[in-house]
Write a protein that binds this ligand. Structure first.
Ligand SMILES: CC(C)(COP(=O)(O)OP(=O)(O)OC[C@H]1O[C@@H](n2cnc3c(N)ncnc32)[C@H](O)[C@@H]1OP(=O)(O)O)[C@@H](O)C(=O)NCCC(=O)NCCS
Length: 245
């Protein structure tokens, strides 16, 4: 089985910057946004106002207010971001689900070329938007994980498992989460086999990049477009306000 483009050298990217005022999505662009969900508390009512009835219903099922508020922020920001690309109001965007449950933009007209994926962990959310190809993204807060060797044996490709075991003990947790996010990003890009016992590993058609959006977090993005240009942007309240104007 061929391995994906970045399986040997974990390509890391740490240069994040505020988004430019005007955003245009070129054919090769993959825009990656990272948002701090707890920074949006003052915008909560505004973000909640753009959610669908289903999303509000889901928000109401969270036991803890903190989790509910982060869900509202992550969905509200997703809508605000997509609104900038689709040139339609955030509240008007409708989602459908792909064959394996992957959220997509429902309108199959002009928006059918915009692919997106989202992930959240701890206080951060991360989003990928592109017209180049299907995309998957995953973020994990670095934390203690019990028995990760067994998890890795079950889910990782054999080479990744060997590389994980070869990592110095004090780096193994980060190495594990690096491979984990890359695998999740790939699975989320394809949607294929989610929830199965062992799933297809990425072939050489796939690019997998590790990202470090903030201290204490690891993320990864998966895509197939060879000429892709990644832009890494932090989502700020200012960006949110600009999207409203
Ligand atoms: C569906 C799945 C991908 C979500 O992942 P997660 O880590 O729980 O959550 P994340 O925050 O990364 O992603 C959630 C987002 O992914 C998107 N998503 C949901 N289902 C998806 C699917 N089938 N495909 C791609 N994206 C999906 C949604 O935007 C969702 O956002 P929401 O919570 O606001 O609805 C996950 O539950 C899953 O099945 N993963 C594979 C399981 C596995 O064995 N992984 C091994 C990796 S080594």
């Amino acid at each position: 089985m061929a391995l994906s483009r970045c399986d040997h050298a974990v390509a890391g990217t740490r240069s994040w910057s505020p988004a430019p005022r005007e955003i245009s999505l070129g054919d090769n662009d993959i825009h990656i946004w990272c948002a701090s969900l707890d920074d949006c508390r003052e915008q909560r009512w505004r973000l909640e106002a753009v959610l669908s009835d289903d999303e509000r219903e889901r928000a109401s099922t969270f036991h803890f207010a903190e989790d509910r508020d982060r869900f509202i922020a992550s969905r509200g920001i997703l809508r605000e971001l997509l609104a900038r690309y689709l040139h339609q109001p955030a509240a008007a965007i409708t989602f459908s689900k792909g064959r394996f449950g992957k959220p997509e933009i429902a309108d199959r007209g002009r928006s059918s070329r915009v692919h997106f994926n989202a992930s959240h962990s701890g206080t951060l959310a991360i989003y990928a938007v592109t017209s180049a190809c299907p995309v998957g993204i995953d973020i994990e807060r670095v934390r203690d994980i019990s028995d990760f060797d067994a998890v890795a044996l079950r889910h990782f490709a054999p080479l990744e498992f060997r590389l994980l075991l070869a990592a110095p003990p004090d780096r193994r947790r980060e190495a594990f989460l690096g491979y984990w996010t890359r695998t999740e990003a790939f699975l989320k890009a394809t949607g294929a086999g989610l929830g199965g016992e062992r799933r297809a590993a990425p072939s050489s058609d796939w690019h997998l990049h590790t990202l470090w959006p903030a201290a204490g977090y690891v993320a990864a993005v998966a895509y197939t477009h060879d000429a892709a240009q990644l832009s890494l942007w932090t989502f700020t309240e200012e960006a949110l306000c600009r999207s409203q104007s």
